[in-house]
Design a protein around this ligand. Structure first.
Ligand SMILES: [Zn+2]
Length: 144
């Protein structure tokens, strides 16, 4: 682990980090979401209504995962994107928890839980997908 110039902590080899290390790096709230698949409450996340242009990085490993260009207002209470920043930036997994089948989204680099993706909701976006992502799973870097 090392400290970045902006004071945030990160790790150089995220896939080989154990839970104890993750607990040092992340707040308890972030650990519960990123490493235990939790969900932050709706309408409380700091990026839900953020419309600033910029990049969204994984809060676990700083990988670029989403961008403001694909962010849209869904009204669902979590930051919503219609596509990932780059092909392969996020990984999809079948999530059968809570009695229904959903598609979980994780960071491809560090395997942290980010949120879920929903299809065919009729938001009129280019992909008809809604990546519903926890604010606490991301860091925002404004464009300069
Ligand atoms: Zn990550």
């Amino acid at each position: 682990m090392f400290m970045k110039p902006d004071g945030s902590k990160s790790i150089s080899d995220p896939l080989n980090v154990g839970n104890d290390k993750w607990k040092q790096i992340l707040s308890s709230e972030a650990y519960e979401v990123l490493r235990q698949g939790g969900t932050e409450p709706a309408f409380v996340g700091k990026f839900t209504d953020n419309q600033e242009p910029g990049d969204y990085l994984c809060a676990g490993c700083d990988a670029l995962i989403f961008r403001s260009a694909e962010k849209f207002h869904s009204g669902c209470g979590w930051p919503s994107f219609f596509d990932a920043a780059l092909p392969g930036a996020v990984t999809e997994l079948v999530d059968a928890s809570h009695g229904r089948i959903r598609t979980e989204i994780r960071c491809s680099k560090c395997d942290s839980h980010l949120g879920h993706v929903f299809e065919g909701e009729g938001y009129g976006t280019p992909t008809d997908l809604r990546y519903c992502i926890n604010s606490i799973s991301m860091k925002f870097v404004p464009n300069v």
